[in-house]
Design a protein around this ligand. Structure first.
Ligand code: ADP
Length: 463
């Protein structure tokens, strides 16, 4: 059963239920009020009659003056003596000589009852007539309840009709209101179906209502999810394209060299060297990709311990001294003793990536300057080079996988795959730190690594 039908039924039944309870209360209350009014009239009549009743010297009923009811009067009176004989009746009762209420004749207190005589509904009162404690007879007064019956039945039909009409109206109005409220949900379903049929993640659900109501929030989050999915999908496609592109060149070189060896029918060491070089490159790339995948999914195995960042920096500089040679001058402008909590091998990898980049991209007679200091509870490492800088349009993408600034895209033996900075970004990220880059074309580039100092309250991500 659809949500719309379920809600419509619920509202109709709710409206019907409320009106039913209300109607029953009104019906019962009106009935009680009307009967009370009739009972009051009966009581008053019995009082009038009793006040006009005389008893003789032996204590028997003697004179009863009955009110002069005309035939159209709705009040019937009977006076019965103690032996159960009819003593007197009102004129309008005619020849009817049976008790108006036979059980009422035995009552010792005034009693009201509903009786049916010759298909007429009557309300009766039976009042015992006493001299002292001695019963000398019973006075019975009755009145027809036809009016009450018809008022009750009219009221019953009015209330029943009102309940049914209200249920119908509640059903119709909720059908339309719920239909309107659920319309955006149908739009969500339609769009979701279109997306899955057309394989088009660029579609969004149009919504013109308030963004603060439940439907608005649902559509907003659905559109946000679509946007994320679209970006993820695009990045996955770009990633596949990048990997294929990076694989193609070394594979072409390997294949060409293998063909050459086969053609020459002798081992050519130059070709073998080239094959080895390309295989090494491929191995490096696969290793980097694996590392990146592990880092991005938070599954990179890390061995956290206190690391002397200053010692690590000096070690890396010693290792890379050869790469800088006489071409690039490595200069330490400031070095504090800094201890961080981290995986020494991974942090070293970050330093090697950044420093080798700085050396690699800085032309001859350039300088790379290092500055390691403490700022509040953070360690700050700056690596500043006097290289060509990174174009402003490339800067926001520099930490993306396979991203290489346009100028450095020309492939050389030393050129990387554009994975080094991504790896550095993720490693610093899982150490609870951050990495920043500032660059101006022609002026040089500065990378700054922030890491939480040891002994601070900072929570570190551990694997
Ligand atoms: P690669 O292995 O290609 O160097 P990276 O991820 O380490 O990959 O760097 C991405 C790109 O960022 C590089 O291709 C280069 O264009 C640019 N880059 C990185 N460091 C520097 C730097 N110090 N000076 C100029 N450009 C840089």
């Amino acid at each position: 059963m659809s949500l719309r039908i379920r809600f419509t039924l619920l509202y109709s039944l709710l409206a019907g239920g409320i009106l039913l309870i209300f109607g029953t209360a009104v019906y019962v209350l009106v009935g009680i009020l009307l009967i009370n009014q009739v009972d009051d009239t009966l009581t008053q009549t019995t009082r009038d009659i009793v006040s006009n009743t005389r008893i003789d010297s032996v204590g028997e009923l003697s004179v009863i003056i009955l009110p002069k009811f005309n035939f159209t009067s709705n009040l019937f009176v009977q006076v019965w003596d103690a032996n159960g004989n009819l003593h007197s009746t009102s004129q309008n009762i005619g020849g009817y000589n049976l008790p108006l209420d036979s059980t009422g004749l035995e009552a010792s207190l005034p009693v009201y009852r509903d009786v049916t005589i010759q298909q007429a509904h009557l309300r009766t009162i039976s009042v015992p007539l006493l001299v002292g404690d001695r019963p000398i007879g019973t006075l019975q007064v009755a009145t027809s309840t036809d009016l009450i019956d018809s008022i009750r039945s009219i009221l019953f039909y009015i209330l029943l009709g009102t309940t049914l009409i209200s249920m119908f109206l509640a059903g119709i109005s909720s059908w339309f209101v719920i239909g309107q409220a659920l319309a955006p949900l149908n739009m969500v379903t339609d769009t979701a179906l279109q997306i899955s049929h057309a394989n088009d993640l660029s579609r969004r659900i149009p919504y013109h209502g308030s963004e603060k109501d439940e439907i608005g929030l649902l559509i907003l989050s659905f559109n946000e999810t679509l946007e994320r999915l679209e970006k993820l999908f695009a990045s996955q496609q770009r990633f596949l394209a990048d990997v294929s592109h990076e694989l193609r060149t070394p594979l072409t070189v390997i294949k060409a060299n293998a063909d050459l060896i086969r053609m020459m029918k002798e081992v050519d060491f130059e070709s073998l060297d080239s094959i080895k070089e390309e295989t090494d490159r491929l191995t490096r790339m696969v290793g980097d990709l694996l590392l990146l995948a592990q880092a991005e999914s938070g599954k990179l195995p890390l061995n956290f311990k206190p690391v002397e960042l200053d010692t690590l920096l000096l070690d890396v500089l010693k290792d890379l001294h050869l790469l800088a040679g006489d071409r690039v001058q490595l200069k330490i402008s400031e070095i504090d003793q800094v201890q961080v909590n981290g995986d020494a091998d991974r942090l070293k990898q970050v330093l090697v990536n950044l420093i080798s980049n700085a050396i690699k991209y800085t032309p001859g007679a350039g300088t790379v300057t290092f500055e390691l200091s403490k700022v509040e509870n953070q360690s700050k490492l700056r690596i500043r080079d006097t290289g060509p800088g990174i174009p402003a349009e490339d800067l926001p993408h520099i930490f993306e996988r396979f991203y290489r600034a346009e100028k450095s895209r020309t492939r050389s033996k030393t050129s990387g795959f554009g994975l080094g900075l991504s790896i550095a970004y993720w490693i610093i990220n899982i150490h609870g730190g951050s990495i920043e880059v500032e660059s101006q074309e022609g002026q040089g580039t500065t990378f700054t690594i922030w890491l939480p100092l040891i002994n601070t309250e900072t929570t570190l991500v551990e694997d």
